[in-house]
Ligand binder design. Structure first.
Ligand code: CA
Length: 513
């Protein structure tokens, strides 16, 4: 038997509707042992799940990823949590908010759930018709709570209380949609025109933050003006703290999907955080505020005796939004949100489960947002509930997370740019066929236009980057590395074939590229 190698080793078929996976026997045995010990301690009660999903926060923002104090916004609470668990350095979101969030909750690529770009200003379409992690955990006996940003469709059947959540307290769309047209700095031509203000007010998008209970119509809590928006992360955190305290007395496991408002543009941090970062910039003040929110939620778990029973995942839904710089995140990688360069999709991800995941680990194994659904179900002992009536791209990474120094169960990460196949990563190599943001400025600096305003660049022969030697993706290595042809181009063709009937792509909100 030869040593394991992420490029040379073969995956194992899981099912016709599943992405093949690496099976690491020793990691799996250790994971099984740990899960059995959890059952010994906790009986039949399954672990709680807390996902803290930040918005547009970059790979480099947290101190434990090399940012923090070095970029003018220390993150002691997140760093402390990372020290108690596992830091993933190759975790991948999708290029923007909605595709990432839908992928996390469905275990499916945007080409399958159909949310290929964010819906804006009341645009129709959303998560309706998909099977969500919340729904599957709910069927497994969990209390399911969503708090904060949704952005997975405003239509009733796509709202959280209709796709698996018992309760929702937050807003349905995205931060800028509530405030940009109210801010005279960005939209003087609307703010100073009664006619245009009335015109926006009459557009059919929800302008309030809302509360909803399972199966019921939502109720509006308060209109999101700029002063209200500045309070949202505090109010949402308090709501989640109350939820955690209530759950401590209950006999059911729970899933809390806590989505922060920050740090999506435009950032108006709570007044108690204004100027509190060394950078004294609203984005950085917001990072300080978000860090304290992580601290508060973790402290509440500790105070209520739930910390050892809870899987905690802290991550961000995409890379920096550079079109609004300097109200923007930091990444050491190339380009930004909206792109499939590493800067757009490589995000921080801290996973902690005290007593189950060894502290102080860092691991560069590939982990995809779509792995969260099967992995959480695997950790919860509900792996049998992964849907079999549709293609699931996610892989159960339980053994990767639980085994000290574990190996990723994922061989390939697939980068899609709307309906165009963009790139493929295997091991340290990334093969790129289509990408945005190319051009002199983007090549020179991550502050280039990139993201949503970049051009589409097609590479007829593809480019190949070695992400260890060249993490900024500037030197194509293709002509020297043709031996990888089979692993990369061959796999690309096999991946595209997974969209053949009966698993045809779905388009709800798309990008025609
Ligand atoms: Ca986002």
């Amino acid at each position: 038997m030869t040593d394991f190698d992420p490029i040379a080793s073969a995956t194992t078929k899981v099912a016709d509707n599943r992405e093949p996976a690496f099976v690491h026997d020793a990691d799996r045995a250790e994971a099984v042992r740990r899960l059995e010990s959890f059952t010994d301690r906790h009986g039949t009660r399954r672990p709680n799940v807390l996902v803290i999903l930040m918005d547009d926060v970059g790979w480099g923002d947290f101190g434990c990823y090399g940012g923090g104090v070095a970029v003018g916004a220390p993150t002691p609470n997140i760093d402390a949590l990372a020290a108690r668990g596992l830091r993933l350095t190759s975790a991948y979101s999708e290029p923007s908010c909605t595709p990432s969030r839908a992928t996390m909750l469905t275990g499916r690529l945007p080409m399958r759930h159909g949310l290929q770009r964010p819906p804006m200003y009341g645009e129709g379409g959303g998560l309706e018709g998909e099977v969500t992690l919340a729904e599957l955990l709910s069927s497994g006996g969990y209390v399911t709570q969503a708090v904060g940003k949704w952005h997975l469709g405003e239509n009733q059947q796509s709202q959280p209380q209709h796709v698996g959540f018992d309760d929702f307290y937050g807003f349905l769309s995205v931060s800028d949609m509530y405030t940009e047209w109210r801010d005279p700095y960005f939209f003087p031509e609307i703010v100073y025109s009664r006619a245009r203000t009335d015109w926006v007010n009459n557009q059919p998008f929800n302008k309030s933050f809302v509360h909803a209970r399972r199966g019921e119509p939502l109720t509006e809590v308060e209109e999101v003006t700029i002063p209200v928006l500045s309070e949202l992360d505090q109010r949402w955190c308090a709501y989640s703290e109350d939820f955690l305290r209530r759950m401590a007395d209950g006999d059911r496991p729970w899933f809390l999907y806590h989505n922060t408002r920050g740090a999506h543009f435009d950032n108006y941090p709570h007044e108690s955080f204004l100027g509190t970062s060394p950078a004294r910039h609203p984005y950085k003040d917001t990072i300080i505020e978000l860090d304290t929110i992580v601290g508060r939620l973790v402290s509440t778990l500790a105070e209520t005796g739930q910390l050892d029973d809870t899987i905690i995942i802290v991550t961000s839904d995409n890379g920096p939004e550079m079109e609004t710089w300097p109200d923007a995140a930091y990444t050491p990688f190339r380009c930004a949100k909206g792109s499939t360069w590493e800067g757009g999709v490589r995000v921080p991800m801290v996973v902690a489960w005290p007593g189950m995941i060894d502290p102080g680990q860092v691991n560069d194994g590939i982990f995809d947002f779509n792995d969260i659904l099967p992995t959480v179900l695997g950790l919860a002992g509900l792996e049998g509930s992964v849907p079999d009536d549709r293609f699931i791209d996610g892989i159960d990474q339980s053994s990767f997370l639980l085994s000290p120094g574990g190996r990723s169960n994922r061989k390939y990460h697939y980068y899609w740019l709307g309906q165009a196949f963009s790139a493929l990563r295997c091991g340290e190599y990334k093969f790129v066929l289509n990408a945005v943001g190319d051009g002199p400025e983007a090549n020179a600096d991550v502050h280039g236009p990139g993201g949503f305003s970049g051009t589409l660049q097609k590479y007829p022969y593809g480019r190949l980057y070695n992400l260890y030697l060249d993490p900024k993706e500037t030197h194509s290595y293709m002509i020297r590395k043709l031996a990888y042809q089979e692993a990369l181009v061959g796999q690309l063709q096999r991946h595209v074939m997974t969209f053949a009937p009966p698993y045809e792509p779905k388009l709800v909100i798309g990008i025609n590229v």
